[in-house]
Design a binder for this molecule. Structure first.
Ligand SMILES: Cc1cc2nc3c(=O)[nH]c(=O)nc-3n(C[C@H](O)[C@H](O)[C@H](O)COP(=O)(O)OP(=O)(O)OC[C@H]3O[C@@H](n4cnc5c(N)ncnc54)[C@H](O)[C@@H]3O)c2cc1C
Length: 489
């Protein structure tokens, strides 16, 4: 729905003529969608004013931070938050940072590393917003973002400003809960902000100790960079195991030992795409590596605060790996390869190679859940990929899945990709069918309930959460201007 001139003017008066657009030749740059308008507010007050106007005119809106994901219906207003790009505070003493939506993780991480600190960065990459929820390489150390958000500033779908926890009561960012009932389940549980209506305008995130350097000695040229030297007291290795169970047992023990800076359940295909610079080389290295590994495995980085701390962590790591029959991959012991992987996985820049490079598109089934159950399911989902590989629909990754334990490892992230050419209609159809069947199987065989499935179907099995959520959204958003972006769990 296009705006009338009068309505457009009301929105324009909030942000200024330079920061609103309904030009049909420009708007398709955003998701190829015909929005009613794209608007770039500069601060919370402007967001609030825009949301109130959306309520007045009953126009739907959706915000984006860095805009990596999301599906947006035609005719809505898009709030592009890129002008809200300030690191508001880095509190070294109380170990939190406060950011606006368009601060990307790379910027925040660079500032933090200068202070010997780091934070949980989404696996999607450091080019994504530092503020939104996600999971990634450091979950075993930092847990996921459902644990890492502290106080939050939120413009509700009706245009009220909510400052959660200590921010509301004491103007401090250190706690997201209380006094009184907590808003955590709405604001920072495993759900939002993919689904929380309204707009998050600032968030405090927890910080963690970073014992490594603030700059990496990068050498080489694009597309092949390497590390001039491995930073002191750090080491990266890939270990493969005789069975999935042995791998999982080692992952649990390492989680309990709390010695890994990062534990990432890469499969061999993911390692090869990260250490190569083109598809041809990747295929070759994957074939070689497939012979080198004895079974499933994971990638580990350890980082010691001192030579003694490093020696202790290395000893524990090698002991646990040995106990479980693990074998270190020689390819990754080569310092050049070790350096590339270490840098990419600390700076979190691996994701694009793993997802888009090979085919141009990918579909995936990502799950947070009880790690042993999701691993068992993923073995079957991997087998179900084999006919697609044989028919040439998807890239050959050996039917692999990947994942990692979160915190001590009982909870975990498990994910499985199919990489394919989006121009190949048959391949696309086969992948979508695989995705549907494996999601369904997860539910019927009681591994987990993916909300990629129908809420009407899985809701009754999960305490009718969907009915509660619908009531909640109706209460928060009586004019229906901020539609939810997905499901609740
Ligand atoms: C290749 C690839 C790999 C990925 N890997 C991972 C991964 O390993 N781990 C992981 O956790 N995720 C992963 N993702 C998903 C990823 O987390 C998100 O795409 C990204 O972090 C979201 O950040 P964004 O700022 O780009 O979100 P956006 O695309 O801007 O927004 C995402 C959703 O949140 C809503 N939203 C955006 N900003 C706000 C706001 N300020 N207030 C309220 N709602 C808002 C949007 O309307 C949309 O529904 C991956 C995605 C891709 C494409």
């Amino acid at each position: 729905m296009a705006f009338t001139k009068e309505v457009y003017k009301e929105f324009e008066d909030v942000v200024g003529v330079e920061n609103i657009c309904d030009d049909p030749s420009i708007m398709p740059a955003y998701y190829g969608t015909e929005f009613a308008a794209v608007i770039l507010p500069k601060d919370t007050a402007e967001v609030q004013a825009l949301v109130k106007l959306c309520n007045k005119h009953k126009v739907m809106f959706r915000p984006i931070c860095t805009g990596w994901s999301g599906m947006f219906p035609k005719g809505i207003v898009l709030f592009d938050l890129r002008r809200m790009n300030r690191i508001v505070e880095i509190n070294e003493k109380n170990m939190y940072a406060v950011v606006e939506p368009y601060v990307i993780s790379a910027e925040l991480q660079a500032e933090l590393m200068k202070r010997g600190l780091n934070f949980c960065i989404k696996g999607a990459g450091t080019n994504c917003s530092a503020m939104l929820r996600g999971h990634g390489h450091m979950d075993q150390t930092t847990s996921g973002d459902d644990r890492n958000h502290l106080a939050i500033e939120w413009v509700t779908p009706e245009g009220e400003i909510v400052r959660s926890g200590s921010l509301g009561s004491a103007d401090e960012w250190f706690c997201g809960d209380g006094p009184g009932p907590s808003l955590r389940a709405i604001l920072t549980s495993a759900v939002p902000p993919g689904v929380t209506p309204g707009v998050f305008t600032k968030a405090a995130v927890k910080l963690y100790h970073w014992p490594g350097p603030s700059e990496f000695p990068i050498v080489g040229h694009s597309p092949k960079y390497t590390l001039g030297e491995i930073p002191a007291n750090t080491m990266a290795r890939y270990y493969s195991f005789p069975s999935v169970d042995k791998m999982w047992q080692a992952e649990l023990k390492l989680g309990e030992g709390e010695i890994c800076y990062e534990l990432m359940g890469f499969n061999a295909a993911m390692v090869s795409c990260n250490i190569t610079t083109c598809n041809e080389e990747e295929e070759e290295v994957f074939a070689k590596m497939s012979k080198e590994v004895q079974g499933p495995g994971f990638f580990v980085i350890i980082a010691g605060s001192s030579p003694e701390d490093f020696a202790y962590k290395k000893h524990v790591l090698e002991y646990i790996v040995k106990q479980n029959g693990g074998k270190s991959l020689k390819t990754v012991e080569n310092p050049e390869v070790e350096g590339i992987l270490m840098c990419q996985c600390i700076r979190i820049s691996a994701s694009i190679r793993e997802t888009f490079r090979a085919g141009g598109a990918f579909n995936s089934i990502p799950i947070m859940g009880q790690r042993d159950l999701t691993i068992k399911w993923a073995i079957g989902a991997g087998k179900a990929k084999e006919p697609l590989i044989k028919n040439g629909y998807i890239v050959d990754d050996g039917g692999a899945f990947f994942g990692w334990g979160v915190e001590q490892g009982h909870l975990g992230k498990t994910e499985i990709f199919c990489k394919y050419d989006p121009q190949n209609a048959e391949a696309k159809k086969a992948v979508e069918q695989w995705q549907q069947e494996q999601t369904r199987r997860a539910f019927t065989e009681k591994y987990f309930a993916s909300t990629l499935g129908s809420q009407e179907d899985i809701g009754p099995a999960l305490s009718n959460y969907h009915l509660w959520w619908q009531k909640l959204v109706k209460t928060l958003d009586p004019n229906g201007v901020s539609p939810e972006g997905g499901a609740l769990v």
